[in-house]
Design a protein around this ligand. Structure first.
Ligand SMILES: [Zn+2]
Length: 399
Protein backbone atom coordinates (compact mmCIF):
# COMPACT_ATOMS: atom_id res chain seq x y z
CA UNK A 1 0.00 0.00 0.00
CA UNK A 2 1.11 3.54 -0.61
CA UNK A 3 1.57 5.62 2.47
CA UNK A 4 1.00 9.29 1.70
CA UNK A 5 0.46 11.61 4.66
CA UNK A 6 -3.18 11.53 5.67
CA UNK A 7 -5.42 14.54 5.84
CA UNK A 8 -3.03 16.39 3.51
CA UNK A 9 -5.86 17.19 1.15
CA UNK A 10 -8.77 19.32 2.14
CA UNK A 11 -11.47 16.72 2.63
CA UNK A 12 -14.29 19.07 3.46
CA UNK A 13 -17.81 19.02 2.14
CA UNK A 14 -16.83 20.73 -1.08
CA UNK A 15 -15.82 17.50 -2.74
CA UNK A 16 -18.37 15.34 -0.92
CA UNK A 17 -19.84 14.15 -4.19
CA UNK A 18 -16.65 12.29 -5.11
CA UNK A 19 -17.40 8.59 -4.63
CA UNK A 20 -15.26 6.36 -2.44
CA UNK A 21 -15.01 3.84 -5.26
CA UNK A 22 -14.11 5.80 -8.31
CA UNK A 23 -14.46 3.32 -11.09
CA UNK A 24 -18.00 2.28 -11.93
CA UNK A 25 -16.82 -0.27 -14.48
CA UNK A 26 -14.85 -2.06 -11.78
CA UNK A 27 -17.86 -2.29 -9.51
CA UNK A 28 -20.21 -3.38 -12.29
CA UNK A 29 -17.76 -6.04 -13.37
CA UNK A 30 -17.21 -7.29 -9.84
CA UNK A 31 -20.93 -7.53 -9.27
CA UNK A 32 -21.42 -9.55 -12.46
CA UNK A 33 -18.63 -11.93 -11.45
CA UNK A 34 -19.95 -12.24 -7.90
CA UNK A 35 -23.51 -13.05 -8.90
CA UNK A 36 -22.41 -15.49 -11.59
CA UNK A 37 -23.61 -13.40 -14.54
CA UNK A 38 -20.12 -13.27 -16.02
CA UNK A 39 -17.10 -15.47 -15.60
CA UNK A 40 -14.87 -14.41 -18.49
CA UNK A 41 -13.55 -11.27 -20.12
CA UNK A 42 -15.79 -11.94 -23.13
CA UNK A 43 -18.90 -12.11 -21.00
CA UNK A 44 -17.91 -8.94 -19.21
CA UNK A 45 -17.36 -7.23 -22.56
CA UNK A 46 -20.81 -8.20 -23.81
CA UNK A 47 -22.62 -7.31 -20.61
CA UNK A 48 -20.83 -4.05 -19.91
CA UNK A 49 -20.65 -2.94 -23.54
CA UNK A 50 -16.98 -2.08 -23.16
CA UNK A 51 -14.00 -2.61 -25.42
CA UNK A 52 -11.69 -5.57 -24.93
CA UNK A 53 -8.86 -3.35 -23.74
CA UNK A 54 -11.05 -1.57 -21.19
CA UNK A 55 -12.32 -4.89 -19.85
CA UNK A 56 -8.73 -6.10 -19.62
CA UNK A 57 -7.83 -3.06 -17.53
CA UNK A 58 -10.88 -3.57 -15.32
CA UNK A 59 -9.98 -7.23 -14.76
CA UNK A 60 -6.38 -6.32 -14.03
CA UNK A 61 -7.43 -3.79 -11.39
CA UNK A 62 -9.80 -6.26 -9.74
CA UNK A 63 -7.06 -8.89 -9.68
CA UNK A 64 -4.60 -6.37 -8.24
CA UNK A 65 -7.08 -5.48 -5.51
CA UNK A 66 -7.37 -9.16 -4.63
CA UNK A 67 -11.07 -9.23 -5.44
CA UNK A 68 -11.00 -11.77 -8.26
CA UNK A 69 -8.64 -14.39 -9.61
CA UNK A 70 -8.18 -16.26 -12.85
CA UNK A 71 -8.74 -19.99 -12.63
CA UNK A 72 -8.55 -22.93 -15.08
CA UNK A 73 -10.75 -22.45 -18.08
CA UNK A 74 -14.45 -21.94 -18.64
CA UNK A 75 -16.89 -23.79 -20.89
CA UNK A 76 -15.52 -24.13 -24.37
CA UNK A 77 -17.55 -22.19 -26.88
CA UNK A 78 -15.79 -23.69 -29.88
CA UNK A 79 -12.82 -21.35 -29.97
CA UNK A 80 -10.08 -20.73 -27.50
CA UNK A 81 -11.02 -21.72 -23.99
CA UNK A 82 -11.51 -18.54 -21.94
CA UNK A 83 -9.81 -18.19 -18.59
CA UNK A 84 -12.48 -18.23 -15.93
CA UNK A 85 -12.74 -15.26 -13.57
CA UNK A 86 -13.64 -16.05 -10.01
CA UNK A 87 -14.33 -13.76 -7.12
CA UNK A 88 -12.27 -13.56 -3.96
CA UNK A 89 -8.87 -15.10 -3.58
CA UNK A 90 -8.08 -17.14 -0.51
CA UNK A 91 -5.70 -14.48 0.77
CA UNK A 92 -8.29 -11.70 0.60
CA UNK A 93 -8.97 -9.84 3.83
CA UNK A 94 -11.14 -7.05 5.17
CA UNK A 95 -9.90 -4.42 7.59
CA UNK A 96 -12.03 -2.68 10.19
CA UNK A 97 -11.51 0.01 12.81
CA UNK A 98 -13.76 1.17 15.62
CA UNK A 99 -12.75 4.61 16.78
CA UNK A 100 -13.46 5.70 20.35
CA UNK A 101 -12.52 8.90 22.12
CA UNK A 102 -9.20 7.60 23.42
CA UNK A 103 -8.53 4.37 21.60
CA UNK A 104 -9.13 2.59 18.35
CA UNK A 105 -9.80 -1.12 17.94
CA UNK A 106 -8.58 -2.62 14.70
CA UNK A 107 -9.51 -5.91 13.11
CA UNK A 108 -8.53 -8.06 10.17
CA UNK A 109 -10.64 -10.93 8.83
CA UNK A 110 -9.51 -13.23 6.04
CA UNK A 111 -11.73 -15.00 3.54
CA UNK A 112 -13.14 -18.14 5.06
CA UNK A 113 -11.65 -17.34 8.47
CA UNK A 114 -14.01 -17.09 11.45
CA UNK A 115 -11.42 -15.49 13.70
CA UNK A 116 -10.76 -11.79 13.52
CA UNK A 117 -7.29 -10.62 14.46
CA UNK A 118 -7.84 -7.66 16.77
CA UNK A 119 -5.50 -5.04 18.11
CA UNK A 120 -5.98 -1.84 20.07
CA UNK A 121 -4.11 1.44 19.90
CA UNK A 122 -4.29 4.65 21.90
CA UNK A 123 -5.52 7.71 20.02
CA UNK A 124 -7.03 11.03 20.94
CA UNK A 125 -9.80 12.12 18.58
CA UNK A 126 -9.24 15.67 19.82
CA UNK A 127 -5.98 15.59 17.84
CA UNK A 128 -8.17 15.76 14.73
CA UNK A 129 -8.50 13.59 11.64
CA UNK A 130 -4.90 13.77 10.36
CA UNK A 131 -2.98 12.12 13.22
CA UNK A 132 -5.90 9.86 14.18
CA UNK A 133 -6.41 8.42 10.71
CA UNK A 134 -2.64 8.04 10.30
CA UNK A 135 -2.61 5.92 13.48
CA UNK A 136 -5.39 3.78 12.04
CA UNK A 137 -3.60 3.37 8.72
CA UNK A 138 -0.36 2.41 10.47
CA UNK A 139 -2.26 0.02 12.74
CA UNK A 140 -3.80 -1.67 9.73
CA UNK A 141 -0.35 -1.96 8.18
CA UNK A 142 0.87 -3.72 11.33
CA UNK A 143 -2.04 -6.17 11.20
CA UNK A 144 -1.31 -6.86 7.54
CA UNK A 145 2.35 -7.43 8.37
CA UNK A 146 1.18 -10.30 10.59
CA UNK A 147 -0.48 -11.84 7.53
CA UNK A 148 2.03 -11.63 4.70
CA UNK A 149 0.61 -11.83 1.19
CA UNK A 150 -2.84 -10.69 2.23
CA UNK A 151 -4.78 -8.60 -0.28
CA UNK A 152 -7.25 -6.12 1.19
CA UNK A 153 -10.63 -6.14 -0.53
CA UNK A 154 -12.20 -3.30 1.43
CA UNK A 155 -12.20 -1.69 4.85
CA UNK A 156 -14.70 -0.06 7.16
CA UNK A 157 -14.38 2.44 9.97
CA UNK A 158 -16.86 3.03 12.80
CA UNK A 159 -17.01 6.55 14.19
CA UNK A 160 -18.49 7.94 17.43
CA UNK A 161 -20.56 10.58 15.67
CA UNK A 162 -23.26 11.07 13.05
CA UNK A 163 -22.02 9.77 9.70
CA UNK A 164 -24.04 10.12 6.55
CA UNK A 165 -24.39 6.67 5.07
CA UNK A 166 -24.80 8.41 1.71
CA UNK A 167 -21.69 10.63 1.61
CA UNK A 168 -19.62 9.18 4.47
CA UNK A 169 -19.41 12.69 5.90
CA UNK A 170 -19.36 13.45 9.62
CA UNK A 171 -21.92 16.07 10.58
CA UNK A 172 -21.48 18.08 13.79
CA UNK A 173 -19.97 15.21 15.80
CA UNK A 174 -20.23 16.47 19.39
CA UNK A 175 -17.47 14.20 20.67
CA UNK A 176 -15.18 14.88 17.71
CA UNK A 177 -14.49 18.61 17.50
CA UNK A 178 -12.56 19.46 14.34
CA UNK A 179 -13.99 16.54 12.38
CA UNK A 180 -17.17 18.23 11.11
CA UNK A 181 -17.51 17.90 7.36
CA UNK A 182 -14.64 15.44 7.01
CA UNK A 183 -14.93 12.05 5.35
CA UNK A 184 -12.57 9.67 7.16
CA UNK A 185 -13.53 6.76 4.92
CA UNK A 186 -12.53 8.76 1.86
CA UNK A 187 -9.18 9.76 3.37
CA UNK A 188 -8.34 6.18 4.31
CA UNK A 189 -9.54 4.95 0.93
CA UNK A 190 -7.11 7.33 -0.77
CA UNK A 191 -4.28 6.04 1.43
CA UNK A 192 -5.07 2.34 1.05
CA UNK A 193 -6.29 2.28 -2.54
CA UNK A 194 -9.31 0.19 -1.59
CA UNK A 195 -12.90 1.16 -0.77
CA UNK A 196 -13.30 2.26 2.86
CA UNK A 197 -16.81 2.76 4.14
CA UNK A 198 -17.49 4.93 7.20
CA UNK A 199 -20.39 4.24 9.51
CA UNK A 200 -21.64 5.42 12.88
CA UNK A 201 -20.42 3.11 15.65
CA UNK A 202 -23.88 2.35 17.04
CA UNK A 203 -25.18 1.47 13.58
CA UNK A 204 -22.15 -0.75 13.02
CA UNK A 205 -22.78 -2.46 16.36
CA UNK A 206 -26.43 -3.00 15.41
CA UNK A 207 -25.35 -4.77 12.27
CA UNK A 208 -22.84 -6.80 14.31
CA UNK A 209 -25.64 -7.84 16.64
CA UNK A 210 -27.76 -8.85 13.66
CA UNK A 211 -24.85 -10.96 12.33
CA UNK A 212 -24.17 -12.47 15.78
CA UNK A 213 -27.79 -13.59 16.01
CA UNK A 214 -27.42 -15.33 12.67
CA UNK A 215 -30.17 -13.13 11.24
CA UNK A 216 -32.84 -14.73 13.48
CA UNK A 217 -34.38 -11.30 14.14
CA UNK A 218 -35.02 -9.39 10.93
CA UNK A 219 -36.50 -6.16 12.24
CA UNK A 220 -35.02 -4.62 15.35
CA UNK A 221 -34.21 -1.45 17.21
CA UNK A 222 -30.70 -1.43 18.60
CA UNK A 223 -29.47 0.93 21.29
CA UNK A 224 -25.85 1.34 22.26
CA UNK A 225 -25.95 2.48 25.87
CA UNK A 226 -22.48 3.23 27.13
CA UNK A 227 -20.94 6.53 28.08
CA UNK A 228 -23.21 8.04 25.40
CA UNK A 229 -26.38 6.81 23.74
CA UNK A 230 -26.70 5.80 20.10
CA UNK A 231 -29.12 3.75 18.11
CA UNK A 232 -30.00 2.08 14.87
CA UNK A 233 -32.94 0.47 13.15
CA UNK A 234 -32.62 -2.69 11.11
CA UNK A 235 -35.57 -3.54 8.90
CA UNK A 236 -35.81 -6.80 7.01
CA UNK A 237 -32.14 -7.41 7.68
CA UNK A 238 -30.85 -4.08 6.38
CA UNK A 239 -29.67 -1.03 8.26
CA UNK A 240 -32.12 1.78 7.65
CA UNK A 241 -30.24 4.91 6.63
CA UNK A 242 -33.07 7.39 6.24
CA UNK A 243 -33.22 10.45 4.03
CA UNK A 244 -29.86 11.95 4.95
CA UNK A 245 -28.16 8.85 6.22
CA UNK A 246 -28.48 9.28 9.97
CA UNK A 247 -31.63 7.29 10.83
CA UNK A 248 -31.75 5.61 14.21
CA UNK A 249 -29.72 8.20 16.09
CA UNK A 250 -31.84 8.67 19.21
CA UNK A 251 -29.09 10.51 21.08
CA UNK A 252 -30.83 13.87 20.99
CA UNK A 253 -34.48 12.87 21.26
CA UNK A 254 -36.06 15.43 23.61
CA UNK A 255 -37.06 14.11 27.02
CA UNK A 256 -39.80 16.20 28.70
CA UNK A 257 -38.54 16.04 32.30
CA UNK A 258 -34.83 15.90 31.55
CA UNK A 259 -33.83 18.85 33.68
CA UNK A 260 -31.40 21.53 32.58
CA UNK A 261 -28.20 19.60 31.92
CA UNK A 262 -26.68 20.93 28.71
CA UNK A 263 -26.12 18.36 25.99
CA UNK A 264 -22.98 18.18 23.87
CA UNK A 265 -25.17 19.32 20.97
CA UNK A 266 -25.77 22.62 22.73
CA UNK A 267 -29.40 22.04 23.63
CA UNK A 268 -30.92 20.90 26.88
CA UNK A 269 -33.29 18.01 27.46
CA UNK A 270 -31.69 15.44 25.14
CA UNK A 271 -31.99 11.73 25.93
CA UNK A 272 -28.23 11.46 26.29
CA UNK A 273 -28.26 13.92 29.20
CA UNK A 274 -30.45 11.58 31.27
CA UNK A 275 -30.05 8.02 29.99
CA UNK A 276 -26.33 7.61 29.26
CA UNK A 277 -23.51 6.28 31.37
CA UNK A 278 -22.17 9.83 31.62
CA UNK A 279 -25.55 10.98 32.95
CA UNK A 280 -25.54 8.27 35.62
CA UNK A 281 -22.01 9.24 36.65
CA UNK A 282 -23.12 12.88 37.00
CA UNK A 283 -26.07 11.86 39.12
CA UNK A 284 -23.85 9.76 41.39
CA UNK A 285 -21.31 12.56 41.63
CA UNK A 286 -24.04 14.90 42.85
CA UNK A 287 -24.59 12.38 45.67
CA UNK A 288 -20.90 12.33 46.51
CA UNK A 289 -20.12 9.05 44.73
CA UNK A 290 -17.17 9.40 42.39
CA UNK A 291 -16.80 6.89 39.56
CA UNK A 292 -13.81 6.69 37.25
CA UNK A 293 -15.68 5.28 34.27
CA UNK A 294 -18.97 3.79 33.13
CA UNK A 295 -17.41 0.41 33.95
CA UNK A 296 -17.24 1.55 37.59
CA UNK A 297 -20.95 2.42 37.44
CA UNK A 298 -21.67 -1.07 36.16
CA UNK A 299 -19.62 -2.56 39.01
CA UNK A 300 -21.59 -0.54 41.57
CA UNK A 301 -24.95 -1.37 40.02
CA UNK A 302 -24.40 -5.11 39.72
CA UNK A 303 -23.51 -5.21 43.42
CA UNK A 304 -26.77 -3.37 44.15
CA UNK A 305 -25.24 -0.21 45.54
CA UNK A 306 -28.52 1.63 46.25
CA UNK A 307 -27.73 5.02 44.71
CA UNK A 308 -26.23 3.41 41.60
CA UNK A 309 -29.15 1.03 41.21
CA UNK A 310 -31.75 3.78 41.43
CA UNK A 311 -29.81 6.02 39.01
CA UNK A 312 -29.50 3.15 36.57
CA UNK A 313 -33.22 2.38 36.84
CA UNK A 314 -34.11 6.00 36.20
CA UNK A 315 -31.88 6.08 33.13
CA UNK A 316 -33.40 2.87 31.84
CA UNK A 317 -36.91 4.29 32.25
CA UNK A 318 -35.95 7.40 30.30
CA UNK A 319 -34.57 5.24 27.52
CA UNK A 320 -37.68 3.05 27.51
CA UNK A 321 -39.93 6.11 27.42
CA UNK A 322 -38.01 7.42 24.42
CA UNK A 323 -38.21 4.06 22.67
CA UNK A 324 -41.94 3.49 23.27
CA UNK A 325 -43.21 5.71 20.43
CA UNK A 326 -40.74 4.01 18.11
CA UNK A 327 -41.93 0.56 19.17
CA UNK A 328 -45.54 1.60 18.64
CA UNK A 329 -44.80 3.09 15.26
CA UNK A 330 -42.34 0.56 13.84
CA UNK A 331 -43.51 -2.67 15.53
CA UNK A 332 -40.03 -4.28 15.63
CA UNK A 333 -39.50 -7.91 16.65
CA UNK A 334 -36.83 -6.95 19.14
CA UNK A 335 -35.33 -4.06 21.06
CA UNK A 336 -31.73 -5.02 21.75
CA UNK A 337 -29.60 -3.08 24.21
CA UNK A 338 -25.84 -3.08 23.71
CA UNK A 339 -23.04 -1.05 25.23
CA UNK A 340 -21.66 -1.36 28.74
CA UNK A 341 -24.94 -0.46 30.52
CA UNK A 342 -26.55 -3.53 28.94
CA UNK A 343 -24.53 -5.59 31.43
CA UNK A 344 -26.80 -4.28 34.21
CA UNK A 345 -29.99 -6.35 34.45
CA UNK A 346 -31.79 -3.53 36.28
CA UNK A 347 -31.12 -1.18 33.36
CA UNK A 348 -32.52 -3.55 30.75
CA UNK A 349 -35.46 -4.37 33.03
CA UNK A 350 -36.26 -0.66 33.41
CA UNK A 351 -36.20 -0.17 29.64
CA UNK A 352 -38.48 -3.17 29.26
CA UNK A 353 -41.04 -2.03 31.82
CA UNK A 354 -41.16 1.52 30.43
CA UNK A 355 -41.86 0.19 26.95
CA UNK A 356 -44.52 -2.25 28.23
CA UNK A 357 -46.18 0.54 30.19
CA UNK A 358 -46.79 2.68 27.15
CA UNK A 359 -47.22 0.26 24.29
CA UNK A 360 -50.23 -1.59 22.96
CA UNK A 361 -50.32 -5.28 23.86
CA UNK A 362 -50.47 -5.99 20.15
CA UNK A 363 -47.04 -4.40 19.76
CA UNK A 364 -45.38 -6.07 22.71
CA UNK A 365 -46.84 -9.59 22.86
CA UNK A 366 -44.03 -11.02 20.71
CA UNK A 367 -41.51 -8.23 21.32
CA UNK A 368 -38.15 -9.22 22.75
CA UNK A 369 -36.45 -6.58 24.86
CA UNK A 370 -33.09 -7.89 25.95
CA UNK A 371 -29.36 -7.30 26.25
CA UNK A 372 -27.34 -7.68 23.09
CA UNK A 373 -25.27 -10.84 22.70
CA UNK A 374 -22.53 -9.70 20.30
CA UNK A 375 -20.35 -8.35 23.13
CA UNK A 376 -17.61 -5.77 22.87
CA UNK A 377 -16.74 -6.76 19.29
CA UNK A 378 -20.24 -5.95 17.99
CA UNK A 379 -19.11 -2.94 15.98
CA UNK A 380 -16.09 -4.74 14.53
CA UNK A 381 -18.34 -7.63 13.44
CA UNK A 382 -20.78 -5.21 11.84
CA UNK A 383 -18.01 -3.24 10.17
CA UNK A 384 -16.61 -6.43 8.68
CA UNK A 385 -20.01 -7.17 7.20
CA UNK A 386 -20.13 -3.63 5.81
CA UNK A 387 -16.66 -3.98 4.30
CA UNK A 388 -17.69 -7.25 2.69
CA UNK A 389 -20.84 -5.67 1.31
CA UNK A 390 -18.81 -2.71 0.12
CA UNK A 391 -16.42 -4.89 -1.80
CA UNK A 392 -19.30 -6.86 -3.24
CA UNK A 393 -21.68 -4.03 -3.98
CA UNK A 394 -19.82 -0.74 -3.77
CA UNK A 395 -22.35 0.82 -6.10
CA UNK A 396 -24.93 1.27 -3.37
CA UNK A 397 -22.52 2.80 -0.91
CA UNK A 398 -20.48 5.08 -3.08
CA UNK A 399 -23.09 7.40 -4.58
ZN1 LIG B 1 -28.31 16.80 22.36
Amino acid sequence: MDTPPLGAEDDRAGNAAAPVVRNDSDTHALRLILDGSASSRGELRRQLGLSASTVSSVVRRLIDRGLIEEVGSGDSTGGRRPVRLQALRGDTAWLVAELGGEHVRLGLTRVGGDQMTISELAVDVLDGPGPTLETIRAGWESLLAEHPGTAVAAAAIGLPGPVSAVTGELTAPARMPGWHGTRPGHVLSEALGVPVVAENDARAAALGEYVARASEVQTLIYVKAGSGIGGAYIQDGALVHGGSGVAGDITHVPVPDAGDQACACGRIGCLETVASGAAIRRELQAKGIETSSVGAVVDLAVTFEPAATSAVRRSGRHLGDALSPLVNFLNPSAVLIGGSLSGIDAFVAAVRSAIYDSSLAMNTQDLRIEAAIAGPDAALIGLTRLAQQTAALPQERSA
